[in-house]
Design a protein around this ligand. Structure first.
Ligand SMILES: *Cc1c(COP(=O)(O)O)cnc(C)c1O
Length: 475
């Protein structure tokens, strides 16, 4: 019924392999971004009524053509975008196997190999960030947003042990948390959907260097305490999304400790530098965090859908996520092994760890060190090239992310948006605009692809110059 006969299946797998290699080899020749045609796209999709089944071969060809035409090619070496990687080949292979074997990770007893592999990875990553392996705990998530949401819930349960049962309205005071204005907006969303409310998030200004303003933070905490609010969580960012800036993680740890706050570090992107010994000091202080967000689907370049919420408080995951139920397999309870459904927001759960494990196992730690060093070096080349060509750098970070403005029009948002539109329209490269401190518009270019080489950086510099030239002429 839903199956295919063996011959058709074999042909399908073979065709898949062909498609994969063709895309891999040819992506550089595609325009980085599509021409948008929402109407045409919708019409085409609506024209398929599913009344005439097509052959698997035709379906696959149809899908590949659409994917090729209608998406920003994040695996393109001239995509200088939003932390979306070119996936590792072994990561892609792992995703295929995961779909094929389709393990269910809700309960340990259904997928012992998968659950134990993820547990091992969680501890290994904890150790990379400087925690003792035995204390490291955590869960794989769909990404950084779910990881931040998870961390917020852990912090809340750590402070108010009964909150899961009695709810927020029974709390003795309104809980509040602290982020900088350059922190990721998923924390606002987490506060919104958890019922804390967005106003529970105290958004603290940043300094000239775009880092958490510690004095403003201390003032805000004191003021909130005077008003009878209950500070419970402080979030530092290692590698802000807009500017790639690392907060003063050590000083934030001191403050969290002095104030008795749960300390969360959002290292979704830049956490990867923990794998390289000479870059590890950039993250100094991260080892004092109570929880850490890290996204392997960013700098570790595994296919989308791989985040981690690490925590060094193992009991807190169960406190936050276990509910009474009657139908899950029981055997594991007496063995002291973890059941993921009782330790995370998800219930049925995909095997996320395999693509990370396969990539690490095949490339080795050294492979990643080499890739991360290469990307940092490309970042230096990019920064240098931009400055040489008269762009004014707006962020200070050793990470491969540059924010610039055209100095003659430094405060002119429309000018920079026009340059980016012009560049993207040319199909030669992809960059974005970002607003620093919520208002200062800059052009943002980030090295997100391990295949991006000097020639790609230089091509971006050329293309940016050309776009700036055309926009200036058009004024
Ligand atoms: C990307 C990012 C997130 C969100 O992660 P997703 O994987 O997109 O859900 C959170 N925090 C920071 C700092 C990020 O850069």
């Amino acid at each position: 019924m839903l199956d295919l006969d063996p011959e058709t299946r074999r042909a399908l797998w073979a065709q898949l392999a062909e498609v994969a290699e063709a895309y891999w080899a040819q992506v550089l020749r595609l325009p980085v971004s599509p021409r948008w045609d929402p109407e045409g796209l919708r019409q085409e999709l609506e024209s398929h009524r599913f009344e005439q089944p097509l052959s698997p071969e035709a379906v696959l060809r149809w899908g590949v053509e659409r994917l090729r035409e209608h998406q920003v090619h994040t695996p393109h070496p001239r995509y200088f975008g939003l932390f979306n990687p070119a996936p590792t080949p072994m990561g892609v292979a792992a995703e295929f196997l995961v779909a094929l074997f389709n393990p269910q990770l809700a309960a340990w007893t259904h997928s012992p190999f998968a659950v134990e592999l993820e547990r091992r990875l969680v501890r290994w990553f904890g150790a990379q960030f400087g925690w003792p392996e035995a204390e490291s705990d955590g869960v794989f998530t769909s990404g950084g947003a779910e990881a931040n949401h998870t961390a917020l819930l852990l912090a809340l349960c750590a402070r108010f042990s009964e909150v899961g049962r009695v709810g927020l309205r029974a709390l003795r005071a309104q809980p509040v948390l602290y982020v900088s204005e350059e922190a990721h907006h998923s924390l606002l969303k987490a506060a919104q959907v958890s019922g804390l409310g967005r106003e529970a998030v105290r958004v603290v200004p940043v300094t000239e260097t775009l880092q958490f303003d510690l004095e403003a933070l201390a003032r805000q905490i004191a003021q909130d305490r005077r008003q009878g609010l209950e500070p419970f969580l402080l979030v530092g960012t290692a590698g802000t999304t807009a500017a790639g800036v690392i907060d003063p993680l050590e000083a934030l740890a001191d403050l969290a400790q002095a104030e008795g706050l749960w300390y969360h570090v959002d290292a979704a992107w830049a956490g990867a530098v923990a794998l390289v010994a000479e870059y590890r000091p950039w993250l100094k202080g991260v080892e004092r965090a109570d929880s850490i967000t890290f996204d392997p689907h960013k700098w570790l370049s595994v296919p989308m859908g791989a985040g981690l919420c690490l925590s060094r408080h193992p009991e807190m995951l169960e406190r936050a996520f276990r509910v009474p139920e009657t139908y899950m397999p029981r055997e594991a309870a007496s063995w002291g092994v973890p059941d993921p459904f009782a330790r995370s927001l998800q219930w049925s759960r995909r095997f996320v760890g395999l693509k990370v494990w396969f990539s690490l196992m095949s490339l080795g730690r050294q492979g990643y060190e080499t890739a991360i060093r290469h990307m940092v070096a490309m970042g230096h080349r990019l920064r240098q090239g931009l400055c040489d060509r008269g762009w004014a750098l707006q962020n200070a970070t050793p990470l491969p992310l540059a924010c610039v403005v055209d100095p003659a029009f430094a405060e002119d948002a429309a000018h920079h948006e026009a340059i980016v539109r012009e560049l993207i329209g040319s199909g030669r490269a992809w960059v974005s605009t970002a607003r620093l401190r919520g208002h200062h518009t800059v052009i943002r270019a980030c090295i997100t692809n391990y295949r991006t080489g000097p020639e790609d950086v230089d091509a971006l510099l050329e293309a940016l110059d050309a776009a700036r030239h055309r926009v200036r002429l058009g004024r």
